[in-house]
Design a protein around this ligand. Sequence first.
Ligand code: 13P
Ligand code: ZN
Length: 271
Amino acid sequence: MRDIRTAPFVEEMRKTTVNMYRLGWDERNGGNISYMLNEYEVAEYLDLQKVIRRIPIGFEAKPLIGKIIIVTGTGKYFKNVADDPETNLGIIRIAADGCTAELLWGYKDGGKFTSELPAHLMSHMARLSVNPENRVVMHCHPTYTLAMNYVHELDEKKFTHTLWEMCTECIVVFPDGVGVLPWMLCGTNSIGEATAEKMKEFRLVVWGMHGIYGAGKDMDETFGLIETVEKAAQIYMLTAHLPRINTIKDTEMVELAEFFGVDYRKDFLNL
Ligand code: 13P
Ligand code: ZN
């Protein structure tokens, strides 16, 4: 059996959490990541018959039965993941009842998966129903995106449109736009259900006055989506209080979307 600390998926979790922490997206224990793994990848490093603990997940995730997921731990700091992945991360498998997580590795200090597991697993289910390649769900508290929540209407058409105006690449990177939820109590099944509903339509969902969720087929795609929103929000926050002299016009966004061949939310433009 190979040493799991050298596994590429553990390495990806370490690198991504370091990046997110350094960008200021994940203060203290803020943020969480779940990354669905292939059984054959994990079998090289772990005996899949050996379950360390069984932890109830508090809802039913039947479509994910048998799926193996590496997930950040609740209360754990992203800044500490790289030095001690076995305490700050865990690898779980959804048991045959669909309501229990079988711990295969990690949470060494007796901890457990993120309190946002409902939003993560429900989002995985929602994304997989529209894109079978989806593997990553990521949540964080990026500074400018969050700041924008306080000064911009939390309306998904208006919010997306403003972001699209802020950087030329935006409409190409997230042509499907950004879903927006109002402030809701986090860590609950309800916010998980609301997030998953949005995830059927969007790969990005803003949690009003809290943060953002991204979903994608790999770590780069997911990170890149959030990074692009955050960059656009930064430009917005640096300019919102100044007279706007120039902007990217809706007709130019259409030009971009057509040139790059992306299927964009036409109803989010004002043509
Ligand atoms: P966890 O520490 O449980 O992952 O929660 C962090 C967070 O961002 C809650 O929304
Ligand atoms: Zn959060």
